[in-house]
Write a protein that binds this ligand. Structure first.
Ligand code: AMP
Length: 112
């Protein structure tokens, strides 16, 4: 079980900003931008490399949730970045797929 499952199960606290039957979103504990929110599926898929065709609707739903959160956070017009780290070289630390929603400052490109 990862720390994100514990957040879903309310075993550890988090600053939750959105929840529905499929997804949960909460503020990153170590924010890299003024707005830094993690959007996760409640079903614990470890990595993008574990995704199956049956997961497409769920993963698409996460993007819709990101759009709703961006609007709620007031960053839909100013812009934001969605990031999914995968595996060692991608910098993935938590083995439960999550979309980082970063906003509130001008983000550099390419990422480090
Ligand atoms: P990643 O490196 O893509 O796996 O991202 C994992 C993210 O989870 C990091 O940005 C961490 O700061 C964040 N994180 C780890 N533990 C917690 C927690 N308990 N609550 C909120 N965010 C967390």
């Amino acid at each position: 079980m990862t720390i994100f499952t514990k957040i879903i199960e309310r075993e550890i606290p988090a600053d939750i900003v959105y929840e529905d039957e499929l997804a949960l979103a909460f503020r990153d504990i170590n924010p890299q931008a003024p707005t830094h929110i993690l959007v996760i599926p409640k079903r614990p898929i470890a990595r993008i490399t574990d995704v199956e065709p049956d997961d497409e609707a769920l993963l698409g739903h996460l993007i819709t949730v990101c759009r709703e959160i961006a609007e709620a956070e007031g960053v839909a017009e100013s812009g934001f970045r969605l990031v999914v780290n995968n595996g060692r070289d991608g910098g993935q630390e938590v083995e439960h797929i999550h979309v980082h929603l970063l906003a509130g400052r001008r983000l550099s490109w390419p990422p480090g």
